[in-house]
Design a protein around this ligand. Structure first.
Ligand code: PLP
Length: 429
């Protein structure tokens, strides 16, 4: 939920990077950095030894050089990882080879379905799971651009081909995972290992920041490419956390943002962030669905990129929260993970993050995923109760959990597919 983000982001400007931190070692920078090491050298033995992992290689950054320039100087050869859009779930009878470059402006498949970002898993699998674990661990909490971000510390799993210089990041992610001792003991029947991943401790107050850094970075890249139709700005229809995150990242990048909000239906906290971040805020005499229709028409006509929830780039960033949980548990897999579901993008993103780590050998299994919905807005729960036979959108009633007050989730087809595999019990709270 939105918090006083404006205050938080201005505060963070007070912290300057201490150059002297880097002065403790005199080793020359390794060209190309750690992620370019050959698989054979990335063995567990090397990293388990007293040798610092390669990313921790210390060097002195000249005072006149900023961290972006430093990252450009250290950039190595192309690694051969790639990602693209594919229809997901695949349309029955659709072209099995349909795919699009991430550099295309495309939101839906040829049959009108959802798209999903797919990675070249073979290329990633050339490195053992231990390599990825050590690499990601070596980047946590540091300031090297862009790896100090919890999202971009997993860049190879997110947007492998983007130039670090095009990334728009506020060093998001790395949120705390805390032990909810008393809640588990006194309210959940003596459960002694209950943990809460506090994704809301973030610039704009929600996990939407994790996705928005990816979307806005990709737009930033496209804006610098010679496009036949240059992107003038980014827009979304939202009443809450999405517009806050979009406007914050666009402000950081200097990209115009336009936000369509339903008049008189949004709280001051929800309104304050896009306004404070300098977005163009249009208050329309319609409801959220009306705003959604209008922004779609506008983005079809004008060169404005659509940042709404069907955009699959955002899920690539959101999935890093799942990877972070594994990392925070020292790569031990929790038994259950409970995720609140509204449009159902985030629960699918969690599945993607966990499953990618399993396939690439960072862990050996995925946790059981539970989607929690409010009793007044629980279309997925009802779908589950029907034995996954019939999905019925509903008109969501008011709930205190306003971020999940959604009766017709955009990503139901994404979520439904993997829940068939993972979910053994739905829950309604
Ligand atoms: C967006 C949001 C949700 C819902 O996520 P979906 O991907 O729409 O299921 C839940 N909680 C908060 C705080 C959110 O901002």
């Amino acid at each position: 939920m939105p918090t006083s983000a404006a205050a938080a982001s201005s505060l963070s400007l007070l912290f300057l990077h201490p150059h002297s931190r880097h002065s403790s070692a005199h080793r020359r920078p390794v060209r190309g950095g750690p992620h370019l090491r050959l698989p054979a050298r990335a063995s567990r033995a090397r990293c388990a030894s007293s040798d610092a992992p390669a990313t921790a290689t210390k060097h002195r950054r000249p005072a006149e050089e900023n961290i972006r320039e430093e990252a450009a100087r250290l950039r190595g050869p192309v690694q051969g990882f790639s990602a693209w859009y594919e229809p997901f779930p695949p349309a029955p009878g659709g072209d099995p080879n349909e795919r699009y470059s991430l550099d295309e402006v495309v939101y839906r498949s040829s049959s009108g379905g959802l798209l999903d970002v797919r990675h070249d898993m073979e290329a990633l699998a050339r490195y053992p799971g231990s390599y990825w674990r050590d690499l990601f661990d070596s980047r946590v909490g540091r300031t090297a651009w862009p790896y100090g971000s919890g999202v971009w510390s997993k860049k190879e799993f997110v947007l492998p081909e983007i130039d670090s210089d095009h990334i728009v990041s506020l060093f998001e992610g790395n949120s705390n995972l805390f032990w909810a001792e008393r809640l588990g003991r006194e309210h959940l029947g003596g459960m002694n290992d209950l943990w809460v991943k506090h994704c809301g401790i973030s610039h704009t107050g929600s996990f939407k920041d994790l996705g928005m850094t990816v979307l806005v970075s990709q737009v930033n890249r496209l804006r610098r490419a010679p496009l036949s139709r240059p992107i003038a700005g980014v827009g979304c229809a939202s009443t809450g956390d999405t517009s806050a995150a979009l406007s914050a990242y666009c402000a950081a990048a200097g990209i115009p943002a336009i936000v369509f909000l339903p008049a008189d239906r949004i709280s001051l906290q929800q309104l304050i962030q896009p306004i404070a971040n300098g977005a163009t805020v249009l208050s329309l005499d319609t409801d959220f669905d009306g705003c959604m229709r209008l922004i779609r028409e506008v983005t079809a006509e004008l060169p404005i990129y659509l940042a709404n929830s069907l955009n699959s780039l955002r899920l690539e960033g959101q999935k890093t929260a799942a990877i972070e949980i594994l990392q925070q548990f020292n790569w031990q897999v929790p038994d259950w993970v409970i995720v609140p579901g509204g449009n159902l993008g985030n629960i699918y993103a969690f599945y993607k993050g966990f499953e990618m780590c399993r396939v690439l050998g960072l862990v050996d299994r995925v946790p059981r995923l539970v989607c929690a919905q409010a009793a007044n807005a629980n279309p997925l729960y009802r779908y589950y109760k029907s034995g996954w036979t019939e999905f019925q959108p509903q008109v969501a009633e008011t709930t205190f959990a306003s971020a999940i007050q959604i009766g017709d989730p955009v990503s139901v087809d994404r979520a439904g597919l993997h829940l068939l595999l993972c979910l053994s019990s739905g829950t309604s709270v």
